[in-house]
Design a protein around this ligand. Structure first.
Ligand code: NAD
Length: 445
């Protein structure tokens, strides 16, 4: 669903006007449809001498039946350029990166992918190697800003020993499922990876999605159901009608509950223990705004936002990660933060505090989740086209839509696909991450 400006720029007249005035011309992003191949064209692979991820990358490109090139062919358009930079051990060796991308980056196709892989700098004892690995981040963020026509750039830090945990992340970043994710840094740690059916990775799993009656929550419920999960759709009783419609459409079930109620964590735990014999995926999506500048905000506005967006998630997760919890081994907890929690926003002191708190919560709980064989991660959406953002005054709304490398807002499904990647059993090595779904927003970059 393109916004009106985007529709205009796709017309013959619109294209002329945009060119004359130098206005942004958002490219319609390619999004995943069931049955689509993971990569839509040839993939160019490269690597610095002494890199260690060649086999892991090759296993994925083979598995997705990608046509692989190791030397650039003149005039070819590449669906993806993938560079293994783990062999770079000093700033002098960073030229390897430049030498690979310099001649080839302009051969990236429409909605193509640039992916650089490295070693987490914080894991490296050698100071010069650590700095060189950290340097990859600046390169990738600049590449994201230079790439045009819906292409994205990402950096994946793969810890030593985590080579076998790469597949779910590489597939996600190569595919159209990551359409609105760009300039992100993902960290992968060592983990046991089960075999998965990539078409239905959540078959036999039970998922909870809060705030599932509309907007982003509805898209998350649909996407997890597409991947095979039975989804329990939770929302407040006032949303009961819309909630039932979503649950019926995806063959899921409903749980009407206010997540801020004192007994909400206990009721959730009991519901899954008794009705489903356990729980595999929890998505804390329910959220509210009560915008006012800090000096004019009421205590009620502060309290309501913190209670729904942060405290309820903390209370529920404390129960889910405690002994006797219905969360099964391999459990996945996913928080929904926001770009406001990273960059701050006028009139959103309460909301930004709550959403930064979600990031802090995920990072603080990641070690405990790992001990329990689970993971906890967050997404931070930027401007997503929903009822929430449709209510923003026109001028602010237009600024929000255009101030990112894609010059457009994202769709609820873009957030949902990122959550589905975290939820995948093969993403066991992805823990404590925060990935922005913001088209590389210029704010908080
Ligand atoms: P939305 O208002 O359309 O949906 C939120 C849902 O949460 C509603 O169905 C609501 O009834 C439910 N909810 C609210 N309080 C609840 C409670 N106490 N108990 C149970 N359910 C409750 O919002 P959306 O735009 O779909 O946003 C979903 C999430 O994404 C929110 O956490 C929001 O902060 C976040 N987010 C949205 C955007 C965006 O651009 N739309 C950007 C960044 C982050």
């Amino acid at each position: 669903m393109a916004d009106r400006y985007q529709q205009f720029t796709s017309s013959a007249l619109g294209r002329q006007v945009v060119k004359r005035l130098g206005l942004p011309a958002p490219t319609p992003l390619r999004r995943h449809r069931p049955g689509d191949p993971v990569v839509a064209g040839p993939v160019l692979l490269g690597g610095a001498p002494g890199s260690r991820l060649g086999d892991a990358i090759e296993a994925v490109t083979k598995d997705v039946q990608a046509q692989v090139h190791r030397t650039p062919a003149e005039g070819e358009r590449y669906a993806a350029l993938v560079f293994d930079a783990t062999g770079i051990r000093s700033s002098e060796q960073l030229h390897e990166l430049f030498e690979f991308f310099g001649p080839t980056i302009r051969q990236t196709d429409r909605c193509g992918r640039v992916i650089v892989l490295g070693t987490p700098p914080e894991n490296i004892a050698d100071r010069r190697e650590s700095a060189a690995q950290r340097a990859l981040e600046g390169f990738v963020r600049s590449a994201g800003k230079e790439l045009k026509r819906g292409a994205t750039a990402q950096l994946v830090y793969v810890a030593e020993g985590a080579e076998g945990a790469l597949a779910s992340t590489l597939r996600f970043l190569l595919s159209a499922k990551s359409a609105y994710v760009s300039a992100q840094v993902v960290r992968i740690g060592p983990a046991e990876i089960p075999d998965v059916d990539w078409e239905k990775p959540l078959q036999g799993k039970v998922a909870l999605v809060t705030g599932a009656s509309r907007g982003i929550g509805e898209a998350i419920a649909e996407t997890l159901a597409r991947d095979g999960a039975h989804v329990v759709c939770l929302d407040v009783p006032a949303q009961g009608g819309e909630l039932a419609a979503v649950a019926n459409r995806i063959d899921g079930s409903t749980l009407q509950l206010d997540i801020t109620a004192d007994d909400a964590p206990r009721r959730i735990a009991e519901h899954f223990a008794q009705r489903h014999d356990g729980l595999d995926v929890v998505v804390h999506n329910a959220g509210i705004t009560r915008d006012k500048t800090i000096g004019r905000m009421s205590r009620q506005q502060w309290d309501a936002v913190l209670a729904v967006n942060l405290t309820s998630q903390e209370r529920i997760d404390e129960v889910l990660l405690a002994d006797g919890s219905p969360l099964r081994p391999g459990g996945r907890i996913i928080g929904v933060s926001s770009m406001s929690g990273i960059a701050g926003n006028v009139g959103q002191g309460n909301y930004s505090a709550s959403k930064a708190g979600v990031i802090g919560h995920v990072q603080a709980f990641a070690p405990l989740a790992a001990e329990r064989g689970a993971t906890i991660n967050a997404v931070a959406p930027g401007f997503i086209e929903t009822r929430m953002t449709a209510a923003i005054p026109l001028f602010v709304r237009e600024a929000g839509r255009r101030m990112n490398s894609m010059s457009q807002g994202g769709q609820p499904v873009d957030v949902a696909e990122t959550i589905a990647w975290y939820a995948n059993p093969a993403s066991a090595g992805v823990n404590g991450n925060v990935v922005r779904v913001c088209g590389q927003s210029l704010l908080g970059a």
